[in-house]
Design a protein around this ligand. Structure first.
Ligand SMILES: O=C(O)CCC(=O)C(=O)O
Length: 250
């Protein structure tokens, strides 16, 4: 059953993104939330067991766990869900690899920060350049708990310069895209089970989690052509996990 329409694909080519309807049931989402909680709790507990209270506190507000398929078999299976495979077939082709995947949680209660404007391609230039990001709301994601924001159409601006910024009390450190006009920005509020699918050239950021007790759970798998390489080193780059060959899930 198709979960992505021709209209969605047209919008992707015009504006660089589309948002699906609710494509996951709560029975599919709950095990992912439990995995997020487990991985976060295990890392915090390990730091506490080492007597490192400062690190335990930092880990409570950890922005993300990357290569999440290596932390969780549930996530490894989730990254092959039909909506992602359909997106790969329609936007990449019959052969695709999982390029990177993260559990991106914004914990509530004082641990949350903003994440600055960037393009995913700004973190590592690859060849070929563009790939797709599937930002998935594992729970409701809204203005109150730190949803992502995008600038529709910004992929047509090409790859922008990115400069490093230090982490502060309000903002996670990282690479920040250098541009001046963010007047076209829109929040992407999603119900649990929706997916925002966008180009790796899409300018996006996320706000702070202002809620008292609602963690923001995002699962962010990205897909690329097989054997993508880092443009600077020429070496294979990313998770390099085959998920689709000849149009079939592997
Ligand atoms: O989930 C977020 O808050 C932003 C994550 C993001 O944009 C990224 O990791 O590229």
């Amino acid at each position: 059953m198709n979960q992505i329409s021709d209209k969605d694909i047209d919008q992707f080519h015009e504006l660089g993104y589309f948002v699906t309807g609710v494509v996951f049931t709560d029975d599919e989402l709950r095990p992912m939330r439990e995995e997020f909680d487990r991985v976060y709790a295990e890392h915090v507990a390990a730091a506490e067991a080492r007597g490192d209270a400062a690190e335990a506190d930092r880990l409570r507000g950890q922005r993300a766990y990357g290569q999440f398929h290596t932390h969780s078999d549930v996530a490894a299976a989730f990254a092959r869900k039909p909506v992602y495979m359909e997106a790969c077939r329609k936007l990449i082709g019959g052969d695709a690899d999982l390029y990177y995947n993260q559990a991106a949680v914004k914990p509530p209660a004082g641990h949350s920060k903003t994440f600055a404007w960037h393009q995913d391609s700004g973190y590592q230039r690859t060849e070929p350049l563009t790939y797709i990001t599937c930002w998935t709301a594992i729970g409701d994601s809204d203005l109150d708990n730190g949803c992502i924001w995008i600038i529709p159409g910004s992929p047509s601006w090409g790859l922008l310069e990115h400069l490093p910024e230090e982490e502060t009390a309000e903002s996670y450190g990282g690479l920040t895209a250098q541009f001046s006009d963010d007047s076209g920005q829109v929040p992407v509020e999603m119900k649990a089970g929706q997916v925002a699918i966008f180009s790796s050239l899409m300018l996006h950021k996320s706000g702070p989690n202002l809620s008292r007790d609602r963690a923001r759970y995002g699962y962010v798998p990205q897909y690329h052509v097989p054997n993508a390489i880092a443009a600077d080193s020429g070496k294979p780059w990313g998770d390099l996990v085959p998920v689709l060959r000849d149009g079939n899930r592997v």
